[in-house]
Design a protein around this ligand. Structure first.
Ligand code: NAP
Length: 313
């Protein structure tokens, strides 16, 4: 157990957490960032980002590297590759237990983001790593001259389908409705990409494999017709679910499971803030995560000043 009592501990080292760290450090707070992986967060998985102001087009890992370089200019402790096992956020002094340490802090910023939703169909779970992947950037290169299919109709599905055409000879994009939800600009690129075949009004019902994935069974939602598509890989991109398991009985969640905050990023618990994809926000982008982090950092600083003044009285 660490003896140090931090002003603020930030859970998660993605854009929201790093930005919160920057603002805490600039307010002279003692702070630490805990992350089970390296710093950078989910955007390190996106291929290219072209809607982060100031960068017309930047590879996402480069943007994350820039974030990290910036953070390294400040006095922020970093505990990476530590998995958070439990939290006590309700007490005035918050406790965070990881697989290797226990940390105490006067305030906490939750920036753990969200994870890929599963299809929950037969053949999915058992073929992860054998043809089922949730990360085109990590695994795309294994599909050189092969056929893959992407499931979903949002920005992630369309962008990752486009990315996969760098390797695969054919990419099916399977979407359950007849219109995509992705931004118009990426839909235009999709239309112009000859390697992608769009299959609408269809849902996957089974992933079939013999040692590794070889086809996917899909069903047309209008005709109810089923068909087997030959594919070497399946990339589900059907949205995200917030990583709230460690706090769901402490912080208030909305009906979809995202953490409810006020405009200052504060949760229902005094001294506990949430930022980025984990909170109920109308827009989940790198730029909004960074903005959330900035607000939380400033608000934590105000909160701690207020606490000090209350103790003095
Ligand atoms: P999303 O926008 O929620 O899209 C999920 C897609 O999966 C939807 O098309 C949905 O269909 C479909 N879907 C959901 N459940 C399904 C199921 N069980 N079976 C089949 N299809 C299913 O999720 P996302 O694309 O992962 O994006 C998450 C957030 O990150 C969004 O806010 C997105 O804008 C943002 N993002 C932004 C960028 C960017 O700006 N460059 C890149 C990636 C992600 P319906 O359309 O019918 O609901």
């Amino acid at each position: 157990m660490q003896d140090k009592l931090y002003d603020c501990i930030i859970l998660g080292g993605g854009p929201a957490g790093l930005s919160a760290g920057l603002y805490c450090a600039r307010a002279n707070l003692s702070c630490a960032i805990i992350d089970k992986c390296t710093l950078g967060g989910t955007p390190a998985n996106y291929c290219e980002i072209e809607n982060y102001l100031g960068f017309n087009k930047i590879r996402s890992f480069e943007l994350c590297e820039k974030f990290e370089e910036h953070i390294n200019c400040f006095n922020i402790e970093k505990f990476t590759c530590e998995e958070i096992m439990s939290t006590d956020l309700l007490s005035e002094i918050k406790t965070i237990k990881t697989d290797s340490n226990t940390y105490k802090a006067k305030s906490v910023i939750i920036a753990l983001g969200a994870s890929a939703k599963k299809l929950n169909i037969k053949g999915e779970e058992e073929n992860i790593g054998k043809g089922v992947s949730y990360c085109a950037v990590c695994d795309g290169a294994f599909y050189k001259d092969k056929t893959v299919c992407v499931i979903g109709g949002g920005n992630s599905a369309v962008e990752e389908a486009l990315y996969l055409t760098k390797f695969a000879k054919k990419v099916y994009l399977i979407h359950r409705r007849n219109t995509l939800r992705a931004d118009k600009i990426v839909q235009e690129r999709l239309k112009n990409n000859k390697k992608i075949e769009l299959i609408l009004n269809s849902i996957p019902i089974e992933i079939i494999a013999q040692n590794k994935v070889n086809s996917i069974k899909i069903k047309n939602t209008i005709t109810q017709e089923e068909q087997n598509l030959k594919t070497d890989g399946v990339f589900p991109y059907i949205g995200i679910k917030p990583n709230v398991e460690l706090f769901s009985n402490q912080v208030k969640l909305d009906e979809e499971g995202f953490i409810i905050t006020d405009k200052n990023m504060e949760t229902n618990i005094k001294g506990v803030y949430a930022t980025g994809d984990i909170r109920n926000t109308p827009l989940r982008q790198v730029i909004t995560a960074v903005s959330d982090g900035a607000i939380a950092g400033v608000e934590v600083s105000k909160y701690l000043i207020h606490q000090k003044e209350t103790v003095k009285k």
